[in-house]
Design a protein around this ligand. Structure first.
Ligand SMILES: [Fe+2]
Length: 332
């Protein structure tokens, strides 16, 4: 989800055989309900690095938080249910994307093919945890951005060779980038206990590099990815590395939201994307206009003078909002 590769995604038939023996048909499984009491294992607030800590101006973000340490979020049982939902023929037939940026991604499976995963991320208790750590009340941007899956499967021989020469590790698996959406929560879905590396590297205001360790299975990391330049570093050890990424925006419509679709269009069904994008952008605008009108009427009925400067500023902000909303829909 970076502002880099805009080439169209291609399907990746060469990836599938490695995983395909485990694929099943979704309908053979009973539907399991997400239960926050059982499936959330969050205990306490993890340490965070703030924008100030990394020398980035606090004005650029929507909260003081840059990135969190890994924290336990979903139970092993929850991760098992989620893995069962994505390792199905339906998901691999319909939701697989491959680009230079990410060789194997599953996108757009929520809620249709992964109702448990969808419910997990939409649950108010999950959102409360992510929001508390992020320092701002968040909701998933749109359904398409819930539970995106990044998969890398490692060649054991290559692994061995890499571990042999550990000194030149820090192999980036993504370029330096910023995300298209304000916040992300990245959750590990593989057994990472034997993995070395897999950190998120972030750039400080002075150009230095800070590495934040990667999460263990079921744990997550919260990152203000729209405003922090970052890259994922390669992990060695373990045969597969599967991460689940959900993107967030502020719940409060009055908080600035700098979302764009730059890196999203090439890896998304455009009909679904433009529906969900337009729906969310218009809903936010409707709410802003409703609140503004309510305020204006109150002022007027209280015989207060009309603040034309404020009105013009507000209207300009909404004109910009609509302009970006329109610009991000690229009509071929
Ligand atoms: Fe990113």
């Amino acid at each position: 989800m970076a502002d880099v590769d805009t080439r169209p995604a291609i399907h990746a038939p060469n990836i599938r055989p490695i995983i395909s023996e485990n694929l099943r048909t979704a309908s053979t499984r009973p539907r399991i309900a997400f239960d926050p009491e059982k499936h959330l294992v969050y205990r306490e607030d993890p340490p965070v690095l703030t924008l100030r800590d990394i020398g980035v101006s606090e004005n650029v973000g929507i909260s003081p938080v840059a990135i969190s340490d890994p924290f336990p979020l979903f139970s092993e049982e929850a991760i098992t249910h989620m893995r069962n939902e994505i390792f199905t023929n339906e998901v691999w037939d319909n939701c697989l994307y491959s680009t230079d940026f990410a060789g194997c991604q599953l996108r757009g499976h929520c809620p249709k093919y992964a109702p448990f995963m969808y419910d997990a991320w939409k649950n108010p208790k999950t959102l409360a945890i992510v929001s508390k750590i992020a320092g701002v009340d968040l909701v998933p941007v749109i359904d398409i951005e819930i539970g995106n899956i990044n998969i890398s499967v490692q060649d054991p021989l290559k692994n061995y060779q890499k571990q042999e020469k550990q000194s030149d590790d820090d192999v980036p698996v993504t370029k330096w980038h910023v995300d298209s959406y304000p916040f992300v929560c990245v959750v590990m879905m593989s057994d990472a206990s034997q993995m070395v590396g897999g950190e998120t590297a972030i750039q400080t205001g002075s150009g230095d590099l800070i590495k934040v360790r990667g999460p263990q299975m079921g744990s997550g990391v919260v990152l203000q990815g729209r405003h922090i330049t970052h890259q994922a570093l390669a992990a060695v050890g373990g045969t597969e590395r599967i991460t689940m990424v959900t993107a967030f925006r502020p719940r409060d419509p009055l908080i600035p939201d700098s979302s764009v679709l730059t890196t999203i269009r090439p890896i998304t069904n455009l009909s679904d994307l433009y529906f969900q994008w337009t729906e969310y952008r218009v809903e936010v605008l409707q709410e802003r206009l409703r609140l503004m009108l309510e305020f204006l009427r109150e002022q007027h009925h209280a015989h207060k003078p009309t603040d034309a400067t404020k009105i013009k500023e507000f209207l300009q902000q909404q004109a910009d909002w609509l302009s970006i909303t329109n610009k991000e829909i690229v009509h071929n």
